[in-house]
Design a protein around this ligand. Structure first.
Ligand code: ZN
Ligand code: FE
Length: 255
């Protein structure tokens, strides 16, 4: 593999991701919760930061941008529709765009729901998607600005990526997400098994992120809201996918 992904824990429970292309020397950062852990990782690897991709405008995803820009002068990429509330962008992108990162394709996905301007970045050659606070390990972001219909459309778009895609999401909420997921699907054996592994990993401080998309499809109740078995499990036989998703999202907010 000439593309390497490094997960960088930041703040209390955030993750940033470094993607390094050995071929071109490009080193991309996906979200910048704070600068120092990222800078430390760059120095340890002897990588020069060349690009910063921003998923959305929340402080725990952008507060490190200014310091990293001052230190490395990378190109900053983010959603055009949120340019007014993001750090200054060198390249404003829209969902559907393909960005050329020194010869590597980065596809911009509409990931609205958590915020209206949220985007995700899919790097086919790395087999990875950087989802911020949209699709998360065993979860999805809270609906702060967008609607349930928007988030459901986002999750459905991301679920259509190849099964072995690595889902690089923005937070370590996996253990709490697992406890909630078990209340929705107590009979899901794959989920029970994943919940066990998640607890073990947390006990020894190992990240549960990134995760494989196939595993999310088998265990993440938000992604699974369209399945008959899940509709039945929440007593909503015959309801629409969005209604079931909205119900599960609201239940998580109260959990
Ligand atoms: Zn957020
Ligand atoms: Fe966040």
């Amino acid at each position: 593999m000439t593309l390497e992904i490094e997960t960088v824990p930041c703040l209390a429970d955030n993750y940033a991701f470094l993607l390094h292309d050995r071929k071109s020397g490009a080193t991309a950062l996906f979200d910048a919760p704070e600068a120092w852990p990222i800078q430390r990782e760059l120095e340890r690897r002897n990588w020069q930061l060349t690009h910063i991709f921003i998923t959305h405008h929340h402080g725990d995803h952008i507060d490190g941008v200014a310091e990293l820009v001052a230190a490395y002068h990378p190109e900053v990429i983010g959603a055009a529709r949120d340019a007014h509330r993001l750090p200054p962008l060198d390249t404003a992108v829209e969902p559907g765009d393909t960005y050329d990162m020194w010869g590597r394709e980065v596809q911009v996905f509409d990931a609205a729901g958590h915020t209206t301007g949220h985007v995700a970045y899919y790097v086919p050659k790395a087999g990875a998607v950087f989802t911020g606070d949209s699709l998360m390990a065993l979860g999805c972001g809270r609906l702060f600005e967008g609607t349930a219909a928007q988030m459901w459309a986002t999750l459905s778009r991301l679920a259509a990526l190849p099964d072995d895609t690595l889902v690089c999401s923005g937070h370590e909420y996996t253990a709490a997400n697992a406890r909630f997921a078990r209340t929705i699907e107590p009979d899901n054996a794959a989920l029970a098994e994943r919940a066990r592994r998640t607890e073990q990993a947390r006990a020894i401080g190992t990240p549960n992120v990134p995760s494989a998309l196939a595993e999310e499809k088998a265990t993440n109740p938000f992604l699974r809201a369209g399945l008959d078995e899940v509709k039945r499990a929440v007593g909503m036989d015959g309801a629409s996918d969005v209604e079931v998703f909205a119900h599960i999202r609201a239940a998580k907010d109260r959990f």
